[in-house]
Ligand binder design. Structure first.
Ligand SMILES: Nc1nc2c(ncn2[C@@H]2O[C@H](COP(=O)(O)OP(=O)(O)OP(=O)(O)O)[C@@H](O)[C@H]2O)c(=O)[nH]1
Ligand SMILES: [Mg+2]
Length: 314
């Protein structure tokens, strides 16, 4: 086993930090490291927190960290901004309002920058979350901004997903209906000190009632005021309940599907990488794609010829 992974498994923060940087930079060592930590996974509770910009997600996460710490649990946080994958960590730093826990060695907060990471944001996030799990975190919280497809993909990773909305989120709810229902295990209407909170709560409950979901879990809708620490203990209770029922909610088939999807994604990348390397070394491949680059034949035709050529030469 690599030295850095040994250090990670023995709880050294510097190793965790370095490994996350390697994920961000798309290091070719990562597949090996992920394989090495595989047997150490499965301890942590993965909690996804998503919702529109400024809804109060980080403030809420800050409160959740405090709750977890009061039970002496170790917490890792990954904050992601899919809308600006090239912004790096600096800008993201501003988004994080979890400074209360900056000096706590049982809390590790990291904004995820994804410069050059292959396989996209959801893969990098998955790897970072697993590193935190292997490190020994009891909770790993994943904060993403937005409620689009990227967030949905990322949230597949979580045991429980919180969708944080505010009294101003009426339009989001109307336009995102199906997506929100698909992703949310729990709705939180934060900033409930503001006018219109009850209206949003009713809208969400009506939407949940009407959805033909076969879920064994009735999605709760809670009100919070994260900045005042209101509604947080209730939220933690609901999270515990969801976690406790999780085994019954998630079928082995859906777990298999997720793993298969991950496998296919990795294989797809491997094949693409193989093709790109082959292109550099085999001039016959370069001449096969030239007509595509010139626009003379379709990309389909060129791809088929390349595929046949690669298969033949193996
Ligand atoms: N009125 C009110 N303001 C709140 C509440 N919770 C958080 N805020 C404020 O809302 C603003 C945004 O909070 P954040 O926690 O940064 O929100 P966020 O969803 O993480 O924001 P992004 O990560 O930038 O999308 C801050 O000024 C908070 O102080 C609340 O319950 N009521
Ligand atoms: Mg935030």
């Amino acid at each position: 086993m690599s030295e850095i992974v040994q250090k990670l498994l023995s709880g050294q923060r510097l190793a965790l930090s370095r490994l996350i940087t390697l994920v961000e930079n798309g290091s070719d060592k990562i597949p090996q490291y992920m394989s090495e930590i595989h047997a150490s996974l499965g301890h942590a509770y993965y909690l996804g927190v998503t919702g529109p910009p400024g809804a109060g997600k980080s403030t809420l996460v800050n409160r959740l960290i405090a709750q977890a710490r009061s039970q002496n649990l170790k917490v890792g946080v990954v904050a992601i901004d899919p809308s600006s994958p090239f912004s790096g960590g600096a800008l993201l730093g501003d988004r994080i309002r979890m400074q209360d826990h900056a000096g706590d060695t049982s809390v590790f907060i990291r904004s995820l920058a994804t410069r050059g990471a292959h396989g996209g944001l959801s893969r990098s996030t998955r790897d970072v979350v697993r590193l935190m799990d292997a490190f020994g975190m009891d909770w790993v919280i994943i904060e993403t901004v937005g409620v689009g497809q990227t967030e949905l993909d990322i949230m597949e990773l979580a045991h429980s997903t919180l969708v944080v909305l505010t009294p101003e989120s009426g339009d989001t709810i109307q336009t995102m209906k199906a997506g929100l229902l698909e992703v949310a295990d729990i709705f939180v209407v934060n900033k409930s000190d503001r006018e219109g909170a009850d209206k949003i709560v009713h809208e969400l409950r009506a939407m949940i009632e009407m959805s033909p979901s076969k879920k064994k879990w009735k999605v709760p809708v809670l009100k919070t005021q994260a900045f005042q620490n209101q509604g947080i203990t209730e939220l933690v209770e609901v999270l515990k309940e969801h976690r406790a029922t999780w085994d019954k909610l998630v079928s082995p088939e859906s777990q298999r599907r997720l793993r298969q999807a991950e496998l296919e994604e990795i294989l797809q990348d491997r094949f693409l990488q193989y093709f790109k390397e082959a292109l550099n070394h085999q001039s016959n491949l370069a001449s096969l794609i030239e007509p595509v680059l010139l626009g003379k034949i379709s990309a389909y035709e060129g791809a088929e010829q390349v595929f046949q050529e690669i298969m033949k030469s193996r």
